[in-house]
Design a protein around this ligand. Sequence first.
Ligand SMILES: [Mg+2]
Length: 214
Amino acid sequence: MNTIKAVLFDLDGVLIDATEWHYKALNRSLGLFGFTISRYDHMATYNGLPTRKKLEMLSVESGLPTSLHALINRVKQVYTREEILASCWPTFEKEFMMSRLRREGYRIAVCSNAIRESVELMLARAGLLEYVEFILSNEDVKAPKPDPAIYQLAMSRMGIEAHEVVIVEDAAHGILAARRAGAHVCEVAGFHEVDYWRIRRTIDAVVNPVRQAA
Ligand SMILES: [Mg+2]
């Protein structure tokens, strides 16, 4: 019989509705230098990638000078912090989901392409930090998602195999990383779709596929 021992969560668009905060913070910092990124492009192409990757792509596509990357990145982090402090609050669905999964014995970690400071701040503000065994950020791996390294590192740190893991992801880059890691993937369209019952159904479908299909 299949067993699930851990649930690994992406952060943005899964546990936290942060996509808009990242978009606004990036655009505010780009705007200081006369550059901009459309909401459509951010959703379609950039969402889920680390800021440094987004800036590399903007240099190729829009001629953003690479000499500005470090400064824009630092300013963006300041603006991201402002957005988090203004808009990040606990929600019942996510706190209930995390506490119940923990009570049922599942191990929980968060694997995000964001920097560690943002990940910790968001989880703390949302009241979710206490449920998480550990956090992996883009500072913990050489290659960000869609590379599977961050999920592989989480599984090896827990000492568990990919078939014992459910990964919850929203963006295309994250879903690809989760698939490459070989785990069971719970794909969601966004933050609003993530609650205990959705995770429960995903786990049940893995543990008892015949009954689910009947
Ligand atoms: Mg995401």
